[in-house]
Ligand binder design. Structure first.
Ligand SMILES: *Cc1c(COP(=O)(O)O)cnc(C)c1O
Length: 392
């Protein structure tokens, strides 16, 4: 077995040992229900409260503005469906972008079936939403704007604070899917000017199956899950105490080392981008060159299939992805790459390498070492590639 080089941190991250240690007591000894009044219930309640305080403080929010969910997807669903249902009397128009994660994109598509109108804003070739286009799309019946903080496939970081400024004076709710940024770059709900913000534990070395939605106080949200008074009536069900403790612990650790980790990742990211662009012809970088997640690298290699590239990298012990984890396996290229204006055949040749806190210079050297040869070999087998006719 060759050593594994894991470069798919945008899909998920390995849980930190310290996080597991913090969670364990709440899986074993302190198993009480936080709603119970006896000692082990109170212990669970205390841990839940402390975790909520910690998450709120890091985001610049108040504890009562944090609702724990089963992950980023549920947080996105709660934000969008919850806001849409609660504002139904006000209007039925939603503005989002063409490059949202499926948890936002498909939720908006779903609402279209129930009488909501959705504007999917186009993005620039670098995957950037123009704040002016948000302003221009606003109608009297607009109730919600949902624009992701950073894209999971191409890494582009959106001008959320600028959009927040446009919406601040209007009574339109503003949601951002910050699943890719929380724990990686500074996120403060006040600075961003958002009413709703989604995050997910397993994207910052916490456990899977736990996330949170920030709901600014005074914001009306219809719950999606009924059956109990938990989370201030906004999300029924006995809380995932151990998972929530894990999420809060992971977030604290991520924020403490953020600056250092991000700086190291940016260096490795930029070296990888430059090396590949100079050594592999007919290659494009997807996403913005600088306004980009510290750990995100995304390419399109012309004349090859991303899937074959992934299999070849896997044989060399390198785990990466093509498009997003949700779309790989399907034959349709990702809606994100298509929204950048890439033709189908080029979007098919995409490769996403996402770096983590443990990624080393040696890992990146290995990729730089093996990638050009794999691409060359695949191109030679490709009917689309006729080396003699290509002018470099
Ligand atoms: C991973 C991800 C999600 C979904 O989060 P889960 O916790 O896996 O449900 C949503 N949005 C973005 C941008 C993501 O990267």
């Amino acid at each position: 077995m060759k050593p594994q080089i894991y470069l798919d941190h945008a899909a998920t991250t390995p849980m930190r040992r310290e996080v597991h240690e913090a969670m364990e007591p709440y899986l074993l000894e302190h198993y009480g229900n936080p709603s119970s009044i006896y000692e082990i219930g109170r212990q669970a309640r205390k841990a839940l409260d402390a975790s909520r305080d910690a998450v709120a403080e890091i985001l610049g929010a108040e504890a009562r503005e944090i609702v724990f969910t089963s992950g980023g997807s549920e947080a996105d669903n709660l934000a969008i469906k919850g806001a849409a249902l609660a504002q139904r009397g006000k209007g039925n128009h939603i503005i989002t972008s063409a490059i949202e994660h499926h948890a936002v994109y498909d939720t908006c598509r779903y609402l279209e079936k129930y009488g909501y109108n959705v504007t999917f804003l186009p993005v620039s070739a670098e995957g950037m939403v123009d704040p002016g286009s948000v302003a221009a799309a606003i109608r009297p019946e607009t109730i919600l704007v949902s624009i992701m903080h950073a894209n999971n496939e191409i890494g582009t970081i959106q001008p959320i604070a600028q959009i927040g400024n446009i919406l601040r004076e209007k009574s339109i709710l503003f949601h951002t899917d910050a699943v890719q940024t929380v724990g990686h770059v500074p996120v403060d709900v006040g600075e961003l000017g958002v009413d709703l913000l989604s995050l997910s534990g397993h994207k910052f070395y916490g456990p899977k199956g736990v996330g949170a939605l920030y709901i600014k106080k005074g914001t009306k949200i219809e719950p999606l899950i009924h059956g109990g008074a938990q989370e201030r009536q906004r999300r029924a069900g006995t809380e995932n105490v151990a998972g929530i403790v894990g999420l809060a612990t992971a977030l604290r650790l991520a924020v403490d080392e953020m600056e250092e980790t991000a700086a190291r990742q940016r260096d490795l990211r930029d070296r990888l981008i430059e090396d590949v662009l100079t050594t592999v012809p007919h290659t494009r970088l997807n996403g913005h060159r600088t306004q980009r997640l510290p750990g995100n690298v995304s390419f399109c290699f012309e004349y090859i299939e991303g899937e074959s590239l992934l299999l070849n990298l896997d044989m060399r012990g390198i785990a990466a992805s093509s498009g997003s984890a949700c779309t790989s396996g399907s034959l349709e290229p990702s809606h994100v790459l298509l929204a950048l204006g890439l033709p189908h055949e080029i979007a098919h040749g995409s490769l996403r390498l996402t770096l983590g806190r443990d990624t080393t210079k040696e890992d990146i050297d290995t990729v730089i070492d093996v990638l050009p040869g794999i691409v060359q070999r695949l191109r030679e087998m490709s009917p689309l590639y006729d080396a003699s006719t290509i002018i470099r």
